[in-house]
Design a protein around this ligand. Structure first.
Ligand SMILES: [Zn+2]
Length: 286
């Protein structure tokens, strides 16, 4: 093959490949809907939010590298940008998978509480974030993160600063956030326990949401009657590993959810759980 012919073939190949990308992209493009995937990462949390405006947000990263595989199924191979990572709290089952995510993806910003914790997986994640020079934003009070028209992520908790502070029960330092799109909302609770639920109720925060990510993997340390009644979820999502050592989810909590009329989904039984919102209503996707 002559050098000239080779060059022509190479250039036309590149042009064809570039043309193909938008066509290929159609299979991934959302119809201006908000998509939320509760990823099956075993015993831990990892939630992918795809906003109607193209942002990717990851809340927690699960206990190991499984999140990389799960994210690979949800994002097209050319989309390596994660606009925001939210680490609810630094326990292993929320932070460990995020280290690999930071290595492989172009992460634009990280939101976390700065609570003191010296476990190796948390420290390794922080070091990796600093190495990659990812902006680290500390959250020390409720705040609103605007994603676009009629779409925002509201941080409801912490209501006070945990920056540089030790706390006896790290679960109760969890970032609790409500994701809004139009008239629809998702409440994400990390591993927040009843003490946090009480604080939110005492502060008269509007908790009502169609989807509730059940706190602390369905443990009975969370999901008090009062809290569930205030949220009144149509769908309850439990991120939990098969045959886990903790007895999660707790039977009493499952019964409580049934009593309030919530439809329950569990990652150990259902795998990754996907919802879509058009701003008017939320639909469970199959
Ligand atoms: Zn957890």
């Amino acid at each position: 093959m002559s050098a000239k012919l080779y060059k022509i073939l190479l250039i036309s190949g590149i042009v064809l490949a570039l043309l193909a990308i938008p066509i290929f992209g159609l299979t991934y493009s959302s119809s201006k809907n908000l998509e939320v995937d509760f990823l099956d990462v075993g015993q831990g949390d990892a939630i992918l939010i795809k906003s109607p405006f193209g942002q990717n947000i990851l809340v927690d990263g699960g206990p190991d590298g499984k999140v990389v595989e799960q994210l690979g199924k949800k994002l097209p191979f050319w989309d390596k940008q994660i606009d925001l990572i939210v680490l609810t709290h630094p326990h292993d089952d929320h932070v460990t998978g995020l280290t690999e995510i930071i290595k492989r993806y172009d992460v634009r910003k990280i939101l976390y509480t700065g609570v003191v914790h010296d476990a190796p997986n948390y420290l390794a994640w922080l070091e990796e974030a600093r190495n990659k020079k990812i902006p680290l934003a500390l959250v020390d009070r409720p705040q609103v993160i605007k994603l676009g028209e009629n779409c925002e992520l509201d941080v409801l908790f912490p209501q006070k600063s945990f920056i540089g502070q030790g706390i006896e029960n790290l679960n109760n330092s969890s970032i609790v956030a409500k994701l809004f799109y139009g008239q629809t909302s998702f409440l994400l609770t990390g591993d927040a326990e009843i003490a946090v639920e009480k604080d939110l109720l005492a502060a008269s925060v509007d908790l009502k949401s169609q989807v509730l990510k059940i706190g602390h993997h369905g443990s009975d340390t969370s999901s008090s009657e009062e809290f569930l009644e205030a949220v009144k979820p149509k769908f309850a999502v439990i991120e939990v590993g098969k045959d886990n050592d903790f007895g999660h989810p707790n039977l009493r909590i499952l019964k409580r959810l049934e009593r309030i009329g919530a439809e329950i989904f569990r990652t150990d039984l259902d795998g990754t759980i996907k919802f879509e919102s058009d701003g008017m209503e939320i639909n469970k996707k199959y």
